[in-house]
Design a protein around this ligand. Structure first.
Ligand SMILES: CCCCCCCC/C=C\CCCCCCCC(=O)N[C@@H](CO[C@@H]1OC[C@@H](O)[C@H](O)[C@H]1O)[C@H](O)/C=C/CCCCCCCCCCCCC
Ligand SMILES: O=c1ccn([C@@H]2O[C@H](COP(=O)(O)OP(=O)(O)O)[C@@H](O)[C@H]2O)c(=O)[nH]1
Length: 498
């Protein structure tokens, strides 16, 4: 026993210098420390690139190798990429410097360069699509009456903005709609807020459903189920508690629901709020998130989030692939939004984003909850669409920057540090333009604040990625869940590491 304790003490002493890293991976580092770390990260990464580069040129054969790489037909080795990767693995395993090594390095370089070019194409696609799709008014044919919409609002608890956010639903300018508020707990403080609003706006068709119904694991579905079965209209808008509406938001969404469209979703974005965490959220949703979201919408990849999604009710009712109809058929998944969309596109219907982004305006805004939310979403994506585990790190600015710097060094003999810095700068500038396009108005912070938040986000992304992989279980509000491959979920005891 004494020996065991001594060992433990020794191990603790050994890992003490790395405690910050463990804390970082757990997401429980003070925001200030994270900020300092994020600002220092580019410097650290540059150091890493420099080391990598000097390691490469340290090998006696490097110069010859690079000359050789110049001469080899890029196209042919490009096709042989897969083989060259196997070569890399073999080389690492057997430590032999063979011709496979030459091919491997070159193959990896070509792969990284191609990925880099792909990501730059995504930048341009997203910017183009933001200009084409967002903030463009659509109209509804004058001779066709507007369809009725049942708005379902699942609520859990109260935050300082809840009342004002919910009030925007009572002032929507749309001829035929009802609002169905749902709370799962009979003592939920949101009940009071909803009651007051229903009193204030007696002419608006609004109802409150308490207690939910346990039809699956997903608590949001359980919460919404009673409202779903008693909704009156043909269109259903599921709208999360933190969303704010403008007077014409619902009309805008309905105008996108043409004959071939089964689902219209809003691209997540945020309202203007004070403080660094709010800037960080806006920068994330207006740059990194918007880029993939818009590009995916442009090429028709299913990636809607369910925070504000308008659907045809009949499509949910007849979700035949899932045997039972209605939203309860999706209760076995935590990311019900992804599976709603999948079941709709599987039957040949289109999904599209509306021209107004979703104005998230949660009353609580701090770095830790932002990061755990982003990490929760990443865990869902990894389980539902496993290839994202491979694609996501390379789609991040910092990681891709290192890879592209390496690739251009090997293939073109460019200075990796210069390439990395140019990559960082142009990525940041492209992101600024995308953010401005999504915001479509004054950005409520300075360019300096943007750069700080952007650096912080980009530099912390790889850590969040590792954290999400290492701790795949999920905590969502009061619930704890274990994800299975494919996206099904089971409830677990709350004592697990998340
Ligand atoms: C050279 C090519 C490179 C391609 C690189 C692609 C790398 C992909 C990188 C990032 C993927 C980002 C996905 C975008 C948004 C997803 C946000 C999200 O994860 N939301 C999930 C959670 O939502 C909440 O879940 C609980 C629910 O109750 C709430 O209401 C929800 O808001 C959501 O469940 C996930 C949905 C979609 C996941 C799709 C993943 C596939 C993405 C592939 C994108 C590839 C784009 C390529 C474009 C050309
Ligand atoms: O146990 C839960 C968890 C969430 N929700 C609702 O689901 C929506 C999305 O929740 P959250 O904002 O936590 O999800 P995120 O957008 O962070 O994924 C909100 O309207 C919540 O009120 C719910 O009804 N029950």
């Amino acid at each position: 026993m004494r020996y065991f304790r001594a060992c433990l003490r020794k191990i603790r002493r050994l890992i003490k210098p790395f405690e910050w890293l463990i804390k970082l991976l757990n997401g429980d580092v003070a925001p200030k420390t994270l900020l300092i770390l994020a600002i220092c990260s580019p410097v650290l990464i540059l150091l890493l690139v420099t080391c990598l580069e000097s390691m490469l040129s340290g090998f006696s054969f490097t110069n010859d190798l690079i000359e050789l790489l110049f001469l080899i037909d890029l196209l042919r080795t490009g096709i042989d990429n897969f083989a060259t990767f196997i070569g890399l693995i073999l080389m690492l395993k057997f430590q032999t410097m063979s011709s496979t090594f030459v091919c491997t390095i070159q193959g990896a370089a070509i792969f990284f360069l191609a990925f880099g070019i792909g990501m730059w194409a995504i930048h341009f696609m997203a910017f183009f699509w933001s200009k084409w799709k967002l903030h463009r008014k659509r109209s509804w044919p004058a001779d066709i009456p507007l369809p009725g919409v049942s708005i379902i609002k699942p609520l859990v608890g109260e935050d300082p903005h809840l009342a004002s956010n919910l009030e925007t639903f009572f002032t929507i300018n749309y001829p035929k709609f009802e609002i169905l508020f749902c709370v799962q707990d009979n003592n939920d403080p949101a009940i009071n807020v909803v009651d007051k609003l229903m009193e204030k706006y007696p002419t608006v068709d609004a109802r409150l459903f308490k207690g939910g119904e346990k039809v699956g694991i997903n608590p949001k579905i359980n919460n919404m189920q009673p409202a779903y079965i008693s909704m009156k209209h043909e269109l259903i808008l599921i709208s999360d508690s933190g969303i704010r509406m403008k007077e014409d938001t619902l009309l805008d969404m309905v105008c996108h629901m043409d004959d071939k469209t089964g689902l219209v979703h809003q691209m997540p974005f945020t309202c203007d709020r004070q403080g660094f965490p709010a800037i960080l959220e806006k920068v994330y949703f207006g740059t990194s998130h918007a880029r993939i979201y818009l590009a995916a919408d442009l090429v028709g990849i299913n990636c809607p989030t369910g925070m504000s999604a308008l659907m045809r009710k009949k499509l949910l009712d007849e979700a035949s692939r899932f045997r039972v109809g209605g939203i309860k058929a999706f209760g076995c998944f935590l990311a019900e939004d992804y599976f709603f969309a999948k079941s709709i596109t599987d039957r040949g219907w289109k999904i599209t984003i509306s021209s107004q982004p979703a104005w998230q305006n949660s009353g609580y805004c701090d770095i830790q909850s932002f990061q755990s939310r982003i990490s929760r979403w990443a865990k869902l994506r990894f389980a539902m669409v496993p290839p994202t585990i491979l694609a996501e790190p390379f789609s991040e600015c910092m990681v891709l920057g290192i890879c592209v710097a390496f690739a251009t060094r090997v293939l073109l003999r460019w200075d990796p540090i210069v390439v990395f810095l140019i990559h960082l700068l142009t990525w940041c500038i492209m992101d600024w333009f995308l953010l401005r396009s999504v915001q479509n108005g004054n950005i409520p912070f300075t360019k300096f604040e943007f750069v700080l938040a952007w650096l912080f986000r980009e530099a912390s992304a790889p850590f969040l990625f590792i954290h999400s992989l290492m701790f795949p279980n999920i905590r969502w509000r009061q619930g704890y869940y274990r994800l299975q491959w494919g996206g099904r979920v089971e409830e677990i005891a709350p004592k697990v590491k998340l």
